[in-house]
Ligand binder design. Structure first.
Ligand SMILES: O=C(O)c1cc(=O)[nH]c(=O)n1[C@@H]1O[C@H](COP(=O)(O)O)[C@@H](O)[C@H]1O
Length: 243
């Protein structure tokens, strides 16, 4: 039996905007503009290094209907990663990122520390890396092979999901059945790619099974960010319907 079609509001809930801005003022302004147009806010390194955990508390107070994804991409010894997760737990975020390349023991320790409320997302291979960058870094396997291996580790560790490019969705499904895929490197047709290497359109990523899309510059860099988010949701809907 075919799955029921995702509604527009359901797809909007699955659109995460990356608040890659320099300070809390810009973050709150963007969040207020985008509430009702996106489903979640991602606080990443630029904003977190500038403002610290207070910016998460402030966003939760200003736009309580939007959940927060804390993208710190932890990559350290397990004791240090767990300490960071312990510090993050009280912030009430939905997700936190760690690098899957840390290995199984690291991922398991992070999942145990995060508890039931904070989902650990394992970043497989950055979407800014292509095959040449992986080879340069000493990997003998392709990005797709590395993603599949790391997705299997994330699943074995009990992670809430993986971060991968849209190009690996089928491979992740095969290697780690049932795991949720969070997909950055999203570019509407014709949009500037910038430093991203493994990209995909919103509609195609949804058609291929992404659980969430992460979008930064195509929304925040647009003349009308709310309209840009709406156009992305329309493309997601088209992708869901085409599936
Ligand atoms: O963990 C992430 O969110 C992430 C992983 C990855 O492999 N690639 C990636 O681009 N991201 C993040 O997703 C966002 C993408 O931003 P744009 O390229 O501006 O859409 C940035 O905040 C990145 O830090």
């Amino acid at each position: 039996m075919p799955l029921p079609l995702a509604s527009e509001s359901e797809l909007r809930r699955r659109l995460i905007v990356a608040l890659d801005v320099p300070d809390a003022r810009a973050a709150v302004a963007a969040a207020q503009t985008l509430q009702g147009h996106v489903g979640m806010l991602k606080v990443g390194l630029e904003l977190f290094v500038a403002e610290g955990p207070e910016v998460v508390r402030r966003l939760r107070g200003e736009v309580p209907e939007l959940e927060i994804f804390l993208d710190l991409k932890l990559h350290d010894i397990p004791n240090t990663m767990c300490g960071a997760i312990r510090s993050a737990r009280s912030l009430g975020c939905r997700f936190i990122t760690v690098h899957a390349g840390s290995g199984l023991a690291h991922l398991k320790a992070c999942v145990a520390e995060a508890g039931a409320e904070l989902g650990v997302l394992a970043v497989t291979v950055l979407t800014s890396q292509d095959a040449a960058a992986c080879a340069e870094a000493g990997h003998t396997r392709t990005p797709a092979e590395l993603v599949a291996t790391r997705a299997a580790l994330a699943r074995a560790a009990g992670c809430a999901g993986v971060v991968c490019s849209g190009q690996e969705l089928a491979g992740v499904r095969a290697a780690a059945p049932g795991i949720a895929c969070v997909v950055p490197g999203i570019r509407p047709a014709g949009a500037e790619v910038g430093d991203q290497k493994r990209v995909m359109t919103p509609g195609q990523a949804i058609a291929d099974g992404a659980a969430y899309l992460v979008v930064g510059r195509p929304i925040l860099g647009a003349p009308d960010p709310a309209a840009a988010a709406d156009a992305i949701v329309a493309d997601m809907l088209a992708g869901a319907e085409a599936n």
